[in-house]
Ligand binder design. Sequence first.
Ligand SMILES: CC(C)(COP(=O)(O)OP(=O)(O)OC[C@H]1O[C@@H](n2cnc3c(N)ncnc32)[C@H](O)[C@@H]1OP(=O)(O)O)[C@@H](O)C(=O)NCCC(=O)NCCS
Length: 373
Amino acid sequence: MAKQLSGAGLRGQVAGKTALSTVGKSGSGLTYRGYDIKDLADQCQFEEVAYLILKGQLPTQHELAQYKTQLKQQRGLPQALKEVLERIPKDAHPMDVLRTGCSMLGNLETEHAFTEQQAVTDRMLACFPSIICYWYRFSHDGVRIEVETDDDSIGAHFLHLLHGKKPSALHEQVMHVSLILYAEHEFNASTFTARVCASTLSDMHSCITGAIGSLRGPLHGGANEAAMELIEQFSSPEDAEQKMLEKLARKEKIMGFGHAIYADSDPRNEIIKQWSEKLSEEAGDDLLYAVSERCESVMWREKKLFCNADFFHASAYNFMGIPTKLFTPIFVMSRLTGWAAHVMEQRADNRIIRPSAEYTGEAPRSVPAIEQR
Ligand SMILES: CC(C)(COP(=O)(O)OP(=O)(O)OC[C@H]1O[C@@H](n2cnc3c(N)ncnc32)[C@H](O)[C@@H]1OP(=O)(O)O)[C@@H](O)C(=O)NCCC(=O)NCCS
């Protein structure tokens, strides 16, 4: 007999085991393989954390250098993939571009056996920034960019391709932090998508393509873009306060606030908020950061709703000159590590994921002849 649902959205139900992360468990807000997210964001580069998530332990200096070199060498794109990207219209959503790019890569560099799972994951980690920026610069600026840079990190590679010049040390650092914060988050919707796909023994590119589709929605990864569209409407903190109160009175959902698991704060928020403040000072901004802070205080005062990881990411990315529609693809460049690690974990101890439904339809009945309906 199937267990009765305790609530919609499978909230609070344990749907499997993982050794990858804890989210909102007592004593610690968010850990990756036992390490607190704050310590990782303070002390590590993104590639170190990707290595940790994918391979189980933090790399030594030598292992990290080797891993970074290996990723650097895989930034190039096959000609057939470039041709597909060139045919995608300028007004396409970049998440759809990534979904297609990932799927096309799976046709060109198919994972033939699970023994290749680490190699195909590293390849995606190395070339997703190339895919998104190649399409973006071709469709928006009409240029075919060289995607093989010698930048030290994935974040710097992305900013370099996007802006056509190497990023500042501060911007590269913020990319490390941002990619670390987004890398893994237990059984969220996109990760669960990837695990369900993996449980059928499908290939890695199919699992990741499906996960990109789930992340695209505004209730999940798309929230950082929606948060940007929100804060840029306001002309001052006072204007933000007034309009936020009106939105709440209309019972509008405010993107970038609330969380399905965390009850009173998202540990990623205080970290990215500090970096957003630094970037705001660097940019000489006197509006966006102040407006964001006011939104935060209004939401807490009125609804006891707190900023999740997405809210201050919006202003931080904006200060680095990143177009709003590229926000969620950055999330993909990072979460790919978590998704792939979950696919590997599922494969290592697999049983096809196939829950049951509580039936709410008609009682059994006979099919009337067509002329009697
Ligand atoms: C994250 C989210 C999907 C969690 O959903 P959930 O666990 O189902 O939480 P609920 O929607 O049940 O929230 C409980 C109540 O708070 C309200 N609420 C939750 N988030 C809200 C928000 N961002 N703005 C306004 N009200 C919100 C809900 O409307 C609900 O009110 P009700 O009981 O009167 O219907 C939800 O908070 C949300 O939609 N946030 C905005 C999107 C977002 O930022 N997503 C990124 C998550 S990292």
